[in-house]
Design a protein around this ligand. Sequence first.
Ligand code: CTP
Length: 428
Amino acid sequence: MKVVLGVSGGIAAYKAALLLRLFTEDGHDVTVVPTAAALEFVGAPTWAALSGKPVATDVWSAVHEVPHVRLGKGADLVVVAPATADLLARAAHGLADDLLTNTLLTARCPVVLAPAMHTEMWQHPATVANVETLRSRGVHVVDPASGRLTGADTGPGRLLEPEEIYAVCRGLTSGAPARSPGGSAGEGDAVEGALAGRRVVVSAGGTREPLDPVRFLGNRSSGKQGLALAAVAAARGAEVTLVAANVALPAAPGVKVVSVETALELQDAMTSIASDADVVVMSAAVADFRPKHYADAKIKKSHADSAAPGAEADESAPTIELVRNPDILAGLVRSRGEGTTPVIVGFAAETGDAHGSVMDHGRDKLARKGCDVLVVNEVGTDLAFGRDDNLVHILRQGDDRVVEAGPAPKEAISATVWDVIQDLLTDS
Ligand code: CTP
């Protein structure tokens, strides 16, 4: 695989040298494109020696080779680590004032940006807007880790570890062959993804069960894990539909989005799309219950509120009667036909309790739901929901072995989940 490793000017540039080693040790052909500021931190000889290639920062070296176009067009992956606030801003605005930003404009392959900066810069509305713009264009901006920064301060803004960035890159490009420098594959060759020709449907987010025109019963699922699963599948060449239940974040380019709100709407969408899918992934958090009655008008606190001033307030509270929602995952497994046998994957958000550990509940759920794969993650006030990293145990039907993934960014977790699914697709 042809990789362009961009390095922008932050102290974390030294970690990019380790990332470079991970790529080269796996046999990938890496061209390092530092910015001028990056060279203040780690010099060109280091990059040249580790990559075995000359290093340029501007578009004026080796002009006859048209590097500002050639590098981006010929890459199977562009990864920038660290990506500074300045680099994010230039990329978001489409500037092309050095070789790296030119390369970002000409790349048509997956692009991963791993930011590193002080917390104030990461949280500044300008950076937040730039990240949003880049993500909406399909750039994979991974959230930085939280931890010790350059000085004594700590907070979000720390560059992810090289192994974590590598795992994200691997997830987005799996199926791409390693290509040694000067290898036979030509410039700009398309890399066939491991899921090419496969139809995939992923549910994401959390359902909302309306109570009255302004209230609903819902849950804290952000949809990030489902979005990452969809992004990785699309990057590996699958035709992906995302059934999004109240997801505020954009899906990766190329992913078809069907928006739903309630469990019943989710069930309808999944049932119709799953009928001709090769893989069905239920990562949405589905409400098990919904209010039995929907109030057409807003439910008032008490009738006394609208009574005359000074009237005694009614302290009673209404009781909301609930009814069960269908178990969508179990239904999809039950209705799996003879001819069409998609691989069905469930997720289980578990906490340990008096009745068993997280894994006990996971095994139990795999047996109960009958799906092929169950991805079990631990949830709690500080775990999983809304966070960018995750830790999961992947269980397979009829196989006692457990595949562990994480703690790692959700893209990297998704890569491992798809690796497991791909094995089942190959076996079937
Ligand atoms: N699920 C579903 N329909 C439901 C509830 C859950 O399809 N009504 C799916 C989820 O999308 C997930 C899996 O089932 O893939 C497990 O969800 P979870 O909430 O962990 O399981 P429950 O069946 O709700 O079991 P419990 O809440 O009792 O642990």
